[in-house]
Write a protein of this length. Structure first.
Length: 92
């Protein structure tokens, strides 16, 4: 993931533990990329891990009781769909 292709970069200063910097240096050499790229990737992962999304993961609502169906209920629903010859992914 090379960010310079996607957006302008801004310079910032970060304090890091010397052991972490040594690991970054080793990883950069092993992967053949710059230390800065390793750090950018780490920043991106941290930012995405703490992101608050504007919309819920599931925007559609589904009919039902709001309770998790039992194993038997799911098995019966699948068996009924198979007997009716429905294609996978279609709703009853």
């Amino acid at each position: 993931m090379y960010y310079s292709w996607y957006m302008p970069l801004k310079r910032t200063n970060v304090y890091a533990d010397s052991e972490d910097l040594a690991l970054i240096k080793e990883a950069a050499q092993r992967r053949g990329i710059s230390e800065a790229e390793i750090i950018r990737q780490g920043i991106h992962l941290a930012a995405m891990a703490h992101r608050v999304w504007d919309e819920p993961l599931f925007s559609r609502t589904f009919e039902g009781t709001g309770r998790t169906p039992t194993r038997e209920t799911v098995r019966d629903a699948v068996a009924d769909a198979v007997q009716r010859g429905e294609q996978p992914g279609t709703a009853a």
